[in-house]
Design a protein around this ligand. Structure first.
Ligand SMILES: [Zn+2]
Length: 150
């Protein structure tokens, strides 16, 4: 495999517990959708050079990533690697920001207080990924009410 034992984005161990090991997706640094839109060949974006291991949370924090690079007719390997490195740096920063916001939500223990603390900095316009599985859904949402065992 890759020899990686820590999340590519946050550096936390993927192998310290069995539960963490189970939550270890393979992530495309240049997401498939972005690569296809930019005209990158699959032999680049499906290759190990574009794959990292990460925690499921970090993967989910950034699953609506968009990139403004214009498409081009050809992506020589060097150009693709440069694109990959730019996207990796951008995604790592976005994940770090989202992770801090989620940590604030977690610290408010919304499952005990009946509602989430507002996530400062996260607009409701859909620019951020939804909360990852396991995070509390807003108590006011219909789906949260439906599954509530009251
Ligand atoms: Zn991570």
């Amino acid at each position: 495999m890759t020899g990686q034992s820590a999340c590519a984005y946050c550096g936390l161990s993927l192998v310290d517990t069995y539960e963490h090991w189970l939550l270890m997706p393979v992530d495309h640094v240049v997401p498939r959708g972005v690569a296809i839109r930019l005209g990158v060949v699959a032999t680049h974006y499906e290759d190990a050079i574009n794959l990292v291991l990460c925690r499921a949370g970090c993967n989910g924090f950034d699953n609506r990533f968009h990139h403004e690079t214009p498409s081009q007719p050809d992506w020589p390997l060097e150009a693709f690697l440069e694109l990959r490195d730019r996207i990796f740096a951008a995604r790592r920063k976005r994940i770090e920001t989202r992770r801090a916001l989620e940590a604030t939500l977690f610290a408010s223990r919304p499952w005990e207080t009946g509602g989430p603390a507002p996530l400062a900095g996260v607009d409701d316009g859909g620019n951020q990924a939804p909360l990852v599985a396991g995070a509390a859904a807003p108590a006011s949402s219909p789906s949260a009410r439906r599954i509530s065992p009251e």
